[in-house]
Design a protein around this ligand. Sequence first.
Ligand code: FES
Ligand SMILES: [Fe+2]
Length: 380
Amino acid sequence: MDQATAIALIRRTLDHLADGTTDMLPDGHVRPVAFYTDEMQFARERALFRRLPVAIGYSAEVANPGDFITHDLSGVPLLAVRGRDGVLRGFVNACRHRGTRIEWEACGSGKRAFVCPYHAWTYRDDGALAHIPHAEGFPDVDRTTHGLVPVRIAEHCGLVWAVADPTWSGDLSAILAPLAAEVDALGLATHVPYAARRYEIAANWKLVNDSSLDSYHVRHAHRRTIASMFLDTMCVFDRFGRHQRLFLAKRTIESLRNTDPATWRIRDHGSPLYFFFPGTVVLLEPDHAQIAQMWPVSPDRTIVTGATLIPEPPTSGKARAHWDKNVQIFWGTLVEDFALMESKQSTLRAGANDHLTFGRFEHSARWFHEAVDSALADAA
Ligand code: FES
Ligand SMILES: [Fe+2]
């Protein structure tokens, strides 16, 4: 984020504070409960995760030739490997012989080739099929068309992004821009993931956004964690296509009034939050970033993964204690949200309401719902 953008976000917040207002739309909106419970709706949404960019790992995990990661939550088993030529490539993690997963480890290094554990068909780090044991048994197999199946892949925000469907041929980076460019400028590409987390929660994946991307709930839902740091119902929102940027202001922001904007450091006085549709959150803290991703499993089950991106691996107990404290605050706060999501899902399932109501300043959820609608319309 450049300083001009940071100044604009801070100014909007200070103006709201002076006027006693907050970012709002002219009206609120409602959503039928079936949006969160219907099996058909869910199946169509789940398919979006195969046709849109999703983050499958961290750039630091594939920094060097021979480094690789695998990923299973998008609906297609994926493998990403940095080749000897320095190029990061993505593939479907499936042997072209009879479909066995080529790589079973979550990540690793020093790979020059992938040997299928079933019959040892062997693939180079660029995906080419290099060796078939007893090749005389496969006179009709053209090796040039039986390499690993490639998928689109790119690196942004310190993350490795892929579109899992190998038939998809769009421009992945263009979909993430311009939000990705704003985050890329911060240098997260060299950050390393620390304290990776994985939760499985009994709630619809969309509730993860609905329940966490606003500041209306912070005062009450997070009174035991972060509420004392943040202003009540104060957030500025911007929409970039289907993506969003939120700036959740801390109470200290008032101290910037009547000071030189050139000296303003936005990450010291609030949390810029980037939401990449359909399910990746990058939250900027003063000296690190928090990553959280949602993965739909069923209409009422979601996996949430994430990690803390820090500038370098901690080398002292003091550094570890510093990062552990930040990890605890972030995930401790999200666990509070998870409990509320599960509570909501249970009443949705019970038919307690026929629709949910969103207020004028809960428009992150509205924009997100509209993005779901438009993505499903595009896919139809
Ligand atoms: S399934 Fe991979 S070598 Fe046979
Ligand atoms: Fe929250």
